[in-house]
Design a protein around this ligand. Sequence first.
Ligand code: GLN
Length: 479
Amino acid sequence: MSIPVSTLTIPQIQDGLRNKQFSAVELAEAALHFAGEENPKTNAYLHLCHERALKQAHRVDEQLAQGADPGPLAGVPVAVKDVIVTKGVRTTCASRLLEHYIPPYDATAIQRLEAAGGVILGKTNCDEFAMGSSNENSAFGPVRNPVALDRVPGGSSGGSAAVVAQGTAVVSLGSDTGGSVRQPASFCGVVGVTPTYGRVSRYGLVAFASSLDHIGPFGRTVEDTATLLEVIAGRDPMDSTSADAPVPSYKAAMTGDLRGLRIGIPKEYFAGLAAETGNVIHAAIDKLRALGCEIQDVSMPNTEHAISTYYIICTAEASSNLARYDGVRYTTRSQEPGGLIDMYRNSRGEGFGPECKRRIMLGTYVLSHGYYDAYYLKAQRVRNLITQDFRKAFEQVDALVTPVSPFPAFKLGEKTADPLQMYLSDIYTITGSLAGIPCMSVPCGNTPDGLPVGMQILTRHFDEAGMFRVAHAFEQASR
Ligand code: GLN
């Protein structure tokens, strides 16, 4: 029997295993085969890890044979962004610098998803060190959007969004610092979630901007995405910023009932929106109204400062985090090392791509003596104001709804010449990252050209359940 790997959901996999329609090993073999065949179209996987996948699938089959419960992700094929470390499996961050790096340990999210029965198929392409919005900053070539192969899948987690859209994984993990899960989810027509900062341990997530970095899941359905989040969420002693907050059952929140829920529409998120995207979002808001939501206008006056604030804070933190790649530890060393200083300089000069260099320079500048107060400290203050905008809005409403990106997936090469244009892709996602609140992209329709559009839902800190409630009801009503 051929297994329809490209359309399976987690509940279908659980049924299939229970009813012995297929074994976890058969499913893993079919998924690996399919991924190997399809990948040349998109370049979404950087490498597949056959051995690890089949070993884990065997373990799941053994547990099932013994009548044990392998966990909520039993046999589920998962892909992982190549910025999350996997023991014994190359983790490159899509950088020449880490081309040969084999981590000696697993990230906490990886341990948890395998403990729950998940089967890791491989590591996905992304922008180098997660810096970018189109996946074109990868040292190993761009990813193509499976919906339209001449277009970008978004970034930086472009590979993780593309594999789920393409059907070469059922769910995947990405990372989001300023929009890198939500924007590619929106461009590829899948669900992508950025949980509350601290909800998921960052242990083993290669650091870009530590105060903004999150691990977040992708799926084809809201329920699958929530299931993966539930597995990886929760306090971890290995990450002091991980929150000691209970993780509720997200499925219990998916009642399908939105009557009386107050949804805020921040007007600042609709200026500069392309009409083709705006029309789809407005139709989605009408649908929420029809589901019984009370739609209210709200204002978030500090939104206009978000991009500049983010690019000061994230570059400052990146310049510090990337200092560890010195040609001595982790990384590829220049073939022409010279003396110590030249060895650092040549290894970093050859290893980092242009976007990383741009950010290291900008970040070093904003942290330098004499500019620290004017830029970095000021940006931290504005970050607080943006967070307060959200606090105030959530006194009036239960959730906010906005577009994810001002435009749908653009053509490969269209924005590479102008970094500032590229930075504008994240204008609607960066605020939620700066505030550290849960936010997600849920597919809400297509442009007349058939390009997917995502709707962003944002809720109060730790209220992922409330966010999933809205997303799930919306998804059901859109079927
Ligand atoms: N596109 C944004 C950037 O380039 C966000 C990246 C991310 O979330 N990792 O920084």
